[in-house]
Each structure stands twice: as C-alpha cells, then as structure tokens.
Design a binder for this molecule. Structure first.
Ligand SMILES: *Cc1c(COP(=O)(O)O)cnc(C)c1O
Length: 369
C-alpha cells in the first residue's frame, strides 16, 4: 500500500504528525479530563467565530459534516416552518436532499454552479413568500471552489427577520467568519476541514435562543441538536459514544491553528497556495473554471484540456505515484478536475505538484505522438 502521499483535496486533508500522534492514546469518555477537553473545544470554536456565551453556544455532533447539516435542518426547522435553500453546487443540493428525506418543508433557489446566489433575488423570494422562516446556504461550495457572499445574503435574511443557516464546512478556520456580524444563526463545519483535524465529528455554532426554541421538534433521535446540546452543556459530556481519538486530535489541531497565528495566518497561507496553484497550472495550460472574482481560497476547478491525449485517471495515477492525490471525478456539467490546497500544504508542495504535472504532460505528449 502506498502510504506516502499528501492530499490535495478539500478535507479529509493532510494533517500534521503531531495531530496524528494524539490518536495513539485510548482516552476514556466519562471522566473530567475528557469533558474538559470537549468544553475547551466548544469555547475555542466560539472564539474563532468572534462570538461568545451566552448569546451563542457550540455543539459537537458525531459523524461527518453532512450529519451536522442534517442535524441542524431537521432539528431547527419546525413542522410549521419553511426553509429556503440557496444552492449553486452539490452541497447546496444535498441540503435539499436532506429536507426531502426528512419531510422538511422547503423551496430551492438553484443558481448556476459558477455564480453566487444573488442577495437581491433572496430578498425578493423572502418578500414574495412570507411563509419562509429559515434560509440556508453554503459558504465555500466545494463542488466548484466558489466562495459565496454570506455577508450580503445574511444582511438580507436579517432585514427580513428570518433565521440564517450556513454550511461553512470547507471554509471555517481557513476564512474568517465573524458570525454575528454576518447575521448567522447556525453555522456548521467539521473536524477534518480547515481546522486540520481528522474525520469523525461535525460542530454547530448556534444562536442560543433559537437553539432553545427547537427543543422537542427534532425528527431524529441521534441527530437531535437540542438534546445533544442540553447534555453537553451540563458538563461537556457527549450524549452517545464520542470519537475520542478524533476529539483529542482536534484539540491538538486547534492549538496548532493558534500557533500558526490563528485564522488570519492560515487564511493567508491558503490564499497564497491557491494563487500559486493557478499561476503554475496556468503556465502548463490549465485554465480555472471560475472567474477570479468569485474563486475561493480552498479548492480550484480547472478545465480539462480540450483534445488532450490522456484521461484524468492517467494523470491522477501518475501524480499519486509521485506523492500527491487530487480530488478525483467531476461533479459539475463542465469537464473539469479539482485541486484542493488546504491542510499541511505549503508553497513547496504546489511547486512540486506543478513539476510533476509538467513531467506528466511531457510523457503524455510522447504517448500521443
Ligand atoms: C465536506 C463538505 C460537507 C460535508 O461532507 P461530509 O462528506 O459529510 O463530511 C458539506 N458541505 C461542504 C461545503 C463540504 O465541503
């Protein structure tokens, strides 16, 4: 087995050895040390979002990021409520899928994958449909790499007096999000994205009063956001078995984020990685799918070169054999491939990737002739 590559994917991502080492200890779940770690994580997450108790609170939820999104949508949007979902990619559409499965009343505002949801259009939808109580959207839509304008949409949602839910899965920790300033009532992210932990739980930052209002209305037992919070709020105890190794790794990852210089430093590193990636791959003839004005700093979609003599799989395999893994498969209509630049990835990794791709193109050219 090849245990020798770095991930150029948008999470799970490449973590530090020190984060991985935290998982070598089998910690018990019930004692005070462990509960204190959970409480430290919760407080630290609120700090990263520039909010504090008692107006805001944090809940950790077992499972991947989707479990966190599902927990919020099926706990917070009540029986008499109606959810507007703004979608410009697979993760926005997944929210509609969650709503459909759980019988959550919802409407979909479908925007093109390469365009941000339009705040003016959201305002019109909210004016025209007074029944809408909640609005949900993705911040960094990992499908394409577009960074949506949650600040502008949040302002519109707040002006209309509705609840604002943001999937900030692939951006939180890597892009600064002042939660209160943006009018976000529920923000969802997970352990294995920009905080640079390993997969195993998601977390929800919530406006406490709205979370309390959701008591008793969850459609699922294990994903009941209020119940999870109520238990955790007492002393840091998780409701059911928690992913202890993941929690220890995450606590370490949060320390390392602070050591790096917090979100400003990490955001700067990611943005520099992304710019270098576009520059170097551009020099090899790969054109980005998105307009620069909406491109986010997390992951970039590149058009597959027209008439190329090689398949994505051939390129993927070659790059993997040389130490890096791209994000396989295309999700959008456009013929593209994606390269993530978050995690323990630095300028030297981007330079190496570009050199590997240049070698591949040379070899592929030889096969074609
Ligand atoms: C990663 C991600 C998710 C969650 O995906 P999981 O596979 O469930 O962890 C949700 N939304 C966005 C935008 C993501 O990038």
């Amino acid at each position: 087995m090849n245990h020798n590559y770095k991930l150029l994917t948008p999470g799970p991502l490449t973590t530090t050895d020190s984060v991985k080492r935290e998982m070598l200890f089998d910690h018990c779940t019930w004692d005070d040390d462990y509960k204190a770690i959970t409480q430290r994580i919760r407080a630290g997450l609120l700090e990263l979002a520039h909010v504090s108790e008692p107006e805001y609170t944090a809940v950790l939820m077992q499972g991947s990021g989707t479990f966190g999104v599902e927990s919020v949508l099926t706990s917070v949007v009540g029986q008499g409520d109606k959810l507007l979902i703004c979608a410009n990619g697979a993760y926005g559409l997944r929210m509609a899928d969650i709503a459909r499965h759980a019988g959550v009343c919802h409407v979909l505002y479908r925007q093109a994958d390469n365009r941000q949801p339009d705040p003016a259009h959201v305002a019109r939808l909210l004016r025209e449909d007074r029944a809408i109580t909640h609005v949900a959207m993705v911040h960094s839509e990992t499908t394409s790499g577009i960074l949506n304008d949650i600040e502008a949409v949040g302002a519109v949602v707040k002006a209309a007096g509705r609840t604002f839910i943001v999937d900030a899965m692939s951006s939180f920790g890597g892009v600064d999000i002042p939660m209160a300033d943006y009018g976000i009532d529920f923000l969802i992210s997970s352990a294995n994205k920009c905080i640079q932990g390993v997969p195993g739980f998601s977390f929800i930052l919530a406006r406490r009063s709205l979370l309390e209002q959701s008591a008793g209305q969850a459609r699922s037992l294990s994903l009941d956001l209020y119940d999870q919070w109520k238990t955790m709020e007492k002393d840091g105890k998780w409701r059911f078995t928690s992913p202890t190794h993941v929690v220890l790794a995450f606590a370490k990852a949060m320390e390392e984020l602070a050591e790096e210089g917090g979100i400003p430093a990490r955001a700067a590193r990611y943005a520099a990685n992304q710019r270098l990636l576009v520059e170097r791959l551009g020099a090899l003839g790969f054109r980005p799918y998105l307009d620069e004005s909406v491109q986010g700093p997390i992951i970039t979609s590149f058009f597959y070169p027209v008439g190329s003599a090689f398949t994505f799989q051939e390129m993927y395999d070659y790059i993997k054999a040389h130490g890096y893994v791209l994000y396989p498969g295309k999700v959008m209509q456009a013929d593209t491939f994606r390269v993530g630049n978050i995690g323990e990835i630095y300028a030297e990794d981007i330079e190496k990737l570009a050199a590997i791709m240049a070698d591949f193109l040379k070899e592929a050219g030889r096969w074609a002739s």
